[in-house]
Design a protein around this ligand. Sequence first.
Ligand SMILES: Nc1ncnc2c1ncn2[C@@H]1O[C@H](COP(=O)(O)OP(=O)(O)OP(=O)(O)O)[C@@H](O)[C@H]1O
Ligand SMILES: O=P(O)(O)OC[C@H]1O[C@H](OP(=O)(O)OP(=O)(O)O)[C@H](O)[C@@H]1O
Length: 298
Amino acid sequence: MSASAPNSSPEGYCKFAIPKKGRLYEKVVKMLKGAGIEFNRADRLDVAICKAGLPITLIFLPAKDIATFVGKGDIDVGITGWDVVKESGVTVDRVMDLGFGKCKLSVQAPVVKKITDVEMLAGKRIATSFPETTKEFFKLIDEKKGTNTTISFISGSVEAACGLGLADAVVDLVETGTTMRAAGLEVVHEVLETEAMLIANPNSTHKDLVDLIRKRLEGFITATKYCLVMYNISEDLLPKALEVSPGKRSPTITNLEADGMKAVSSLVLKKEVPEKMDALHDIGATDILVLELENSRM
Ligand SMILES: Nc1ncnc2c1ncn2[C@@H]1O[C@H](COP(=O)(O)OP(=O)(O)OP(=O)(O)O)[C@@H](O)[C@H]1O
Ligand SMILES: O=P(O)(O)OC[C@H]1O[C@H](OP(=O)(O)OP(=O)(O)O)[C@H](O)[C@@H]1O
């Protein structure tokens, strides 16, 4: 997209861009809802004002344009992939990694060609949707080998380029590797690791709102990663139990009416809950309860 930035945000509002479609869209919308950044988006409109008096305008843009607009300062803050930020060449503040949209930008070549070293591709034809990052990567190889690798831009279905005889190798994203394998390709070299992140313009005048967005997203991410585990335990067994459930920062311990008994509440990573419950039970904890968190602020 080469249009100018949307300008229908109320005067003085912080402009916050999120992907309008694609891989990140649903996860971002769910995260904003969970973080209490709610909005009503009219059908087919790419601008929405946040509810609950937050002076934030949400702007729905293709992931690739978000980095450019945030870099130029037309938009204060946005969510997009690190690969896209790198490719656009802009300078932005990397405010917070969001833990999804994880994949690797990789050089891939046909398995049958048995390319064991990326330098074997020096001087060959490479197809990619990431021409700038790819040029930068092959420049070093060309300088070393005295070659001139040809980088050509393809906007999608990059993996097909080798099979169609358009390229000797491609540079594209790999998550599960399913697309790559289906095209008969394999990874020769990893160029970049990427994930979705919150980025901000370094000169934004809305630093307080950017920080509010960061805190709210952080609270939601913590809530989705952790459960609250509660249990009762006798005082003499408490130290052992706390080794198992030390909490995120520290556990909350209260006295029970029953003599020498304590009640403990502790945050535990969701994926560790079953084994921690077993361990606490074996130590002698009773009435072990696990509660889902809806949101948090640390
Ligand atoms: N297979 C994948 N797994 C995880 N993240 C991915 C994958 N493919 C793309 N992404 C990430 O999603 C972000 C946006 O990519 P996506 O291709 O969905 O956006 P788009 O270009 O707006 O959509 P489309 O490709 O449908 O036009 C990028 O930062 C990218 O790293
Ligand atoms: O390793 P995998 O899990 O198979 O994921 C990798 C694929 O995902 C992305 O494409 P996407 O499906 O978004 O479509 P696109 O080719 O139109 O970009 C990427 O460009 C790869 O093709």
